[in-house]
Design a protein around this ligand. Structure first.
Ligand SMILES: [Zn+2]
Length: 406
């Protein structure tokens, strides 16, 4: 699935209609959560049925105005939230289970259409909404070209409201596959604090400067917002400025993550990365940390995406002991956070702390792959023919030497 995004240009009256559609989408979602709490809705099918009921209820004339498939899409959103809660309960996830919440009004929100309720113009430069809200025709602004795809490949159109305007996201049913030549290299990546990451070949990538700059700007605007009076005109202006600043950082971060991830995937045959716990990441309230975390998260998402595009496996490993263990001999070498070099008293291996961790990440990824794939093999044949006549002695690790994949 590809997602293209374009800005919608229309009149204030048209934007107001989009607001109504977004509000109604939220209304459908919240109504279904309410009905679920009241035990009226117990399955996805019930949720669909409830949608129809809402549309025929004269008390909510607006529900009918939203395209019927869009109503369904929002019922699906509600049900997805409920299902996630059930799954967390079943898996007995520690901490909060994510009981579905009612969504309140916020600037950043969206309404989702499926394959009806909208129409693209012949030249694909205009988008018209055809449901009961009559938002009309918008000009599309963006660098992407929708000409390349068939209309029936567009499975969803989502209208996203942001601090700086309204956008249309087109989900296009298209699997992107690109040819890549083998490079003969595999890479382990250790995400860090001092650097954005350090890889198993010893290369470091620094945090981009704009994250720092963005952090300063956001802090300044946050202070300004807190000085304004509640409900005042100045407050909503300040909030808008802050929202835009966040938006700017997240866009630049995304652009940066895309380029970096694509480069990493194109120059390796396998990439190993730590499995970051998003739950733990989001708990952090420190601004600098949250900005960096978001960058990592994005980077990983793009790695996985390009991995699929170029046919490069992206293996995630649990981050346990990756910085403690010696990547040469496997012994534990405990270090404090301030110790930047890994110095192994057991085998004499010396390396940058993060590089050592990155090598560990790559090694455990390969081991993980080897065991999961091997497991499948041994199940296929009942007998085990792998019987070593003469067990070869595992050679002792040589001092400070290592095979580095070229
Ligand atoms: Zn060692």
């Amino acid at each position: 699935m590809l997602i293209y995004e374009m800005k919608l240009q229309g009149t204030q009256g048209q934007y107001n209609q989009l607001d109504s559609a977004i509000r109604t989408g939220r209304f459908v979602r919240n109504s279904i959560i309410r009905a679920w709490i009241d035990r009226e809705v117990k399955s996805r099918n019930d949720a669909y049925k409830y949608c129809t009921k809402l549309a025929h209820n004269p008390k909510f004339p607006w529900a009918k105005q939203l395209n019927s498939m869009a109503r369904q899409a929002h019922a699906e959103r509600a049900w997805a939230a409920i299902e996630r809660f059930y799954q967390n309960c079943k898996a007995n996830v520690a901490g909060k289970k994510g009981f579905p919440k009612f969504k309140k009004y916020q600037i950043r929100d969206s309404v989702e259409y499926k394959t009806s309720g909208w129409k693209l113009s012949e030249d694909r430069r205009y988008l018209t909404f055809t449901d009961g809200f009559k938002a009309g025709t918008f000009k599309l602004w963006g660098s992407r070209n929708l000409h390349f795809y068939q209309i029936n490949q567009i499975k969803r159109v989502r209208v996203v409201r942001r601090y700086d305007g309204y956008y249309a996201q087109f989900s296009i049913d298209h699997t992107r596959e690109e040819k890549k030549n083998l490079t003969g290299t595999q890479l382990g990546i250790d995400l860090g604090l001092n650097h954005f990451y350090t890889d198993s070949a010893g290369e470091k990538v620094d945090n981009p400067r704009f994250l720092r700059q963005g952090e300063r700007k956001i802090k300044k605007l946050q202070r300004r917002l807190s000085r304004t009076q509640k409900g005042s005109q100045n407050r909503s202006k300040a909030r808008n400025r802050l929202g835009r600043a966040h938006l700017k950082v997240s866009r630049r971060r995304n652009d940066w993550a895309v380029k970096l991830a694509q480069r990493v995937i194109q120059s390796n045959d396998l990439v190993a990365i730590e499995n970051l716990k998003v739950r733990n990441m989001m708990k952090n309230h420190k601004l600098a940390k949250s900005i960096a975390d978001a960058a990592w998260y994005r980077f990983r998402e793009w790695l996985e995406y390009f991995g699929r595009v170029y046919g490069v496996p992206v293996v995630t490993v649990e981050p346990a002991y990756t910085s403690v263990n010696c990547s040469s001999c496997g012994e534990k070498v405990v270090k404090t956070l301030s110790t930047r070099t890994h110095q192994c008293p057991h085998c004499g291996y010396v390396a940058d702390r993060d590089e050592n961790a990155a090598i560990n990440i790559l090694q455990s990824a390969l081991r993980e792959l080897a065991t999961t794939l091997g497991h499948r093999e041994s199940h296929a044949s009942g007998e085990n023919d792998l019987c070593l006549v003469e067990e070869t002695q595992a050679s002792k690790p040589t001092r400070g030497k290592r095979k580095v994949p070229q």
